[in-house]
Write a protein that binds this ligand. Structure first.
Ligand SMILES: CC(C)(COP(=O)(O)OP(=O)(O)OC[C@H]1O[C@@H](n2cnc3c(N)ncnc32)[C@H](O)[C@@H]1OP(=O)(O)O)[C@@H](O)C(=O)NCCC(=O)NCCS
Length: 169
């Protein structure tokens, strides 16, 4: 199911059929380092992650993380979308791409479209983002998207503080 489209990209809902791609993305060293270890090591783990994560989020909230594909060649390059975490009051935007597809503007293109969709279709006023303080690429992307650093927050049980960025319409 297509959710948003940009000049170069299509964002659609993830399904259990995307398990192989998710297995690769969630074990990318930068994903493990900056997003976290989801414990996904097999295709079955990936299917479980999809069902309990993004697919459960579509059912519960009407949004979630989306598969991001190049229109040219129908190639899956990453995930980008909206999350509602227990630990945050606001909906946050999240993204991760495989290494060959970074630094080509796909993060900006997909996240701009997701934020626009969040405002126009889902009626969200305030969209936030959380990132580790040393995730230079993510911080550059968030600032380019027009988000501003607000404060430090703890979003997981590991006690690590993340930077909270906010976006106002
Ligand atoms: C962070 C990430 C999503 C950025 O996506 P991307 O597609 O590479 O970002 P873009 O190409 O749209 O770049 C947006 C801006 O950030 C800058 N940027 C991106 N990565 C950068 C890096 N590693 N160092 C410095 N600047 C960086 C770009 O130069 C661009 O700014 P500019 O137009 O002024 O040059 C990507 O590196 C990634 O998937 N990382 C691993 C997972 C991750 O960390 N996710 C975020 C968790 S909060």
């Amino acid at each position: 199911m297509k959710v948003v489209e940009t000049e170069r990209l299509i964002l659609c809902r993830l399904s259990v059929g995307d398990a192989a791609f998710i297995l690769e993305l969630l074990n990318d060293p930068a994903f493990l380092r900056f997003v976290g270890d989801k414990g996904v090591r097999t295709l079955d783990d990936a299917r479980r992650y999809l069902l309990s994560g993004p697919i459960a989020s579509y059912q519960r909230h009407g949004f979630g993380l989306y598969l991001t594909k190049l229109k040219d060649g129908d190639i899956s390059i990453g995930i980008c979308g909206l999350l509602k975490r227990e630990s945050l009051d606001d909906v946050d935007v999240g993204f991760a791409f495989l290494p060959p597809f970074r630094r080509q503007g796909y993060g900006f293109e997909s996240a701009s479209a997701v934020i626009g969709h969040g405002r126009a279709v889902l009626g969200l006023d305030r969209i936030v983002a959380v990132t580790q303080p040393d995730n230079v690429g993510s911080i550059h992307l968030l600032e380019k998207l027009g988000l501003h650093f607000e404060r430090m927050v703890k979003v997981s049980d590991d006690g690590q503080e993340c930077k909270l960025f906010v976006s106002h319409p």
